[in-house]
Design a protein. Structure first.
Length: 111
């Protein structure tokens, strides 16, 4: 792989910002669900998926992530919090622990 466009520190900060925004949306949704009028759409009253999608796409482009590992990490593995998804991943005959944004960055930049 060629040299990444962004540093590990910047990548981790971006992932942490996305996770914090997701956490905030979950808290807002819980309040609306518990105390609101119950007019959810698919269970979400608040979400900024367009911004999240654009940032994920930008990170994938910046790191040459053609297999969408970054989106997988954030969405499917819940930012590394879901042990079922993030614990150990097999890829091209090797096992990788992708439970942190740092580990994900290392994995992507070593491909």
């Amino acid at each position: 792989m060629t040299k990444p466009i962004i540093t590990k520190e910047h990548f981790v900060a971006c992932i942490e910002t996305l996770r914090e925004a997701d956490d905030m949306a979950r808290r807002i949704n819980a309040v609306v669900r518990d105390y609101g009028r119950g007019d959810f759409i698919d269970g979400y009253a608040f979400s900024d998926t367009d911004t999240e999608t654009k940032l994920l796409e930008t990170l994938e482009i910046a790191l040459g992530d053609k297999d969408h590992w970054i989106s997988w990490f954030c969405i499917e593995a819940d930012y590394g919090r879901d042990p079922e998804f993030a614990a150990t991943v097999s890829w091209k005959g090797e096992n990788y622990n992708l439970a942190t944004p740092e580990a994900l960055y290392d994995f992507l930049t070593q491909q």
